[in-house]
Write a protein that binds this ligand. Structure first.
Ligand code: GDP
Ligand code: MG
Length: 452
C-alpha cells in the first residue's frame, strides 16, 4: 500500500501545477491502492470524500503549496482511518499502572499468534521495568503449556502452568499466586478454536471471571481479509469486551493488512501493537501517525505538521509554514518567522529531535544547534533579529560592517558571533530549499512496511 500511495502522491509532487484533473487522478489512484490493500469500501469512500473536501483548489491561498496541503490531507485521513475516537476524542491505549497488580488477558482464534504475543508483550513490559509473569490457561491445545513455558524462559519471566484441565481454575490459581508474590503485569494466555464457537465463548467468559483482567487484548491474524477481521472483532467485542487489538503477521509478504488496520476501528478499541515476525522482539507499539509516516516514507512531513498543531498552530498556518520552509525562503524575516515557530514548537525539546521530522535531515548535526548551547543560540538569533531594521530583515544578506556593528551593539551579541550565525542560517535555508526540491525527487520513498 505504501508503494502505491507513494506513487500516487508522487504524481502530485512531480506536476508543476496541480490541476483539478491531476488531483482527481491522484485521489482515484489512492482509493484504488486502499481497495487493493483490502480496506473496506465504505472506509475508502469516506477517505476520498474527506480528502476532496479538504483540498478545494479554488480556495487555496497563494501562500500555501498545494502539494504540501494534499500530502497533509492524505496523511491525516489515513491516520484517521486507524484511530478510534469516542465523541471526537482519540481513545487512549492501555498502560499498566506501576506498583499495582495488572492482569492482561489475551483472546483470539487458534493460530492468530496469542501465545507468541504473550511472550512479546511480557518482554515489552519487562523492558519498561515492570515485574512480569505469565499464566498458561490454554488447556485445550496439546503442547500449549510447554510452548508458553518455553517462551517465558526466553523473556525471561516466570510462568504458571498446571495439569488441571479447567482453564478458569488455572487462571484463578495463577493470578492468586502472582498477586501474592507482588508482580505488576500478569499476562494470561488462553486457548483459541479454529473458529469462534459457543464452547470458546463460554470458556473465555469463565476465564475472564476467574482472572478478573484489567485489560483484554484481542489478537488477530493480519493476513485475514478485512471482512473477516471486522466480523471477528465485533463478535469478540460483544462477548468479552475487547480493550485493545494486536494485529500479527504484518511482516508476511502476502499481507494486505489494510483491512486489519482499518476494520477494527469501528469497535472503538485501538490497536495497541503489531506483530512483525516470529521472534520476541518482532513487535511494535502501534501509533497511527508514525505508522502512516513510515508507510509513506515521506520524511514525516505529516508528523511535523502534527507537531506544529500540537504547539497550537492552526492547520492552515502549519501548512503555510512547512511550505515556506521547503521553499527555503532566504530573507532574514522568513527565517525569523520560522525560528519563532520552531521555538514555540520545541517547547524545551531538542531542535535536532524536531528537525528529524524533516526529510533528509541526517546531516544536520553540523549545525550544532542542539543542547543547552543550541537553545541559547536560538534566543540570540532572535535578539539579533530584533535589532535589525525592517529593510535589513527583508534582505537576504548583510555585508556592511557598520550595519553589522550596529546590530551587535543593539543585540549584545558579539560581531564575530553574528557573522557565524548568519553563515549558519544560510546553511539552514539552503537545507530547507534542498528538501523542497527533494520532495519532487526521491522524497517519497516507500518505507519498510511498504506493502502495509
Ligand atoms: P496461538 O494459537 O494464537 O497461540 O498462535 P501462536 O502464538 O502459537 O502462533 C501461531 C503461528 O504464528 C506460530 O508459528 C508463530 O510463530 C506465528 N506468528 C505469530 N505472530 C507472528 C508474526 O507477527 N509474524 C509472523 N511471521 N508469524 C507470527
Ligand atoms: Mg496459543
Amino acid at each position: 500500500l505504501g508503494q502505491q500511495v507513494g506513487a500516487a502522491l508522487k504524481k502530485i509532487v512531480d506536476s508543476n501545477s496541480v490541476t483539478a484533473e491531476v488531483l482527481d487522478e491522484v485521489i482515484k489512484d489512492l482509493s484504488k491502492a486502499l481497495i487493493i490493500a483490502d480496506v473496506p469500501i465504505a472506509v475508502v469512500n469516506k477517505f476520498r470524500d474527506r480528502v476532496r473536501k479538504r483540498v478545494n483548489l479554488k480556495e487555496i491561498a497563494p501562500s500555501v503549496d498545494v502539494r504540501v496541503m494534499i500530502q497533509q490531507a492524505v496523511f491525516e485521513e489515513l491516520v484517521a482511518m486507524m484511530t478510534p475516537t469516542v465523541d471526537g476524542e482519540k481513545v487512549p491505549t492501555f498502560k499498566p499502572k506501576r506498583n499495582k497488580f495488572n492482569v492482561i488477558m489475551m483472546v483470539g482464534l487458534q493460530g492468530s499468534g496469542k501465545t507468541t504475543t504473550c511472550g512479546k508483550i511480557a518482554r515489552h513490559y519487562k523492558k519498561k521495568g515492570f515485574r512480569v509473569a505469565l499464566i498458561g490457561a490454554d488447556t485445550f491445545r496439546a503442547g500449549a503449556r510447554d510452548q508458553l513455558a518455553q517462551l517465558a524462559s526466553t523473556v525471561p519471566a516466570p510462568c504458571f502452568t498446571s495439569d488441571v484441565d479447567d482453564p478458569a481454575q488455572v487462571a484463578r490459581e495463577g493470578v492468586a499466586r502472582f498477586r501474592e508474590a507482588g508482580y505488576e503485569v500478569v499476562i494470561v494466555d488462553t486457548s483459541g478454536r479454529t473458529q469462534q464457537d459457543e464452547a470458546l465463548m463460554a470458556e473465555m467468559a469463565a476465564v475472564k471471571e476467574a482472572a478478573n483482567p484489567d485489560h483484554i487484548m484481542f489478537i488477530m491474524d493480519g493476513t485475514n481479509s478485512g471482512k473477516i477481521i471486522a466480523l471477528q472483532s465485533e463478535q469478540f467485542h460483544s462477548i468479552v469486551g475487547v480493550g485493545s487489538h494486536v494485529i500479527t503477521k504484518l511482516d508476511s509478504d502476502d499481507t494486505k493488512g489494510g483491512g486489519a488496520l482499518t476494520s477494527v476501528v469501528s469497535t472503538g478499541a485501538p490497536i495497541a501493537f503489531i506483530g512483525v515476525g516470529e521472534t520476541m522482539n518482532d513487535m511494535q507499539e502501534f501509533n497511527p501517525e508514525s505508522f502512516v509516516s513510515r508507510m509513506l516514507g515521506m520524511g514525516d512531513i505529516g508528523g511535523l505538521i502534527n507537531k506544529m498543531k500540537n504547539a497550537g498552530l492552526d492547520s492552515e498556518k502549519s501548512v503555510e509554514v512547512v511550505t515556506h520552509m521547503l521553499k527555503g525562503e532566504t530573507s532574514f524575516r522568513d527565517i525569523q518567522e520560522q525560528l519563532r515557530m520552531m521555538d514555540s514548537m520545541l517547547d524545551g525539546g531538542s531542535i535536532t529531535d524536531f528537525l528529524k521530522h524533516l526529510p533528509g535531515m541526517g546531516g544536520l548535526g553540523q549545525l550544532d544547534l542542539d543542547g543547552q548551547d543550541g537553545m541559547g543560540r536560538l534566543r540570540k538569533v532572535q535578539y539579533v533579529f530584533d535589532s535589525m531594521t525592517p529593510g535589513e530583515l527583508d534582505s537576504a544578506k548583510i555585508n556592511d560592517e557598520s550595519r553589522l556593528r550596529r546590530i551587535a551593539m543593539g543585540s549584545g551579541v558579539p560581531l564575530e558571533e553574528i557573522k557565524l550565525l548568519f553563515a549558519q542560517l544560510k546553511k539552514m535555508a539552503n537545507l530547507f530549499s534542498m528538501m523542497g526540491k527533494g520532495l519532487g525527487k526521491g522524497g517519497l520513498n516507500p518505507g519498510k512496511l511498504g506493502n502495509m
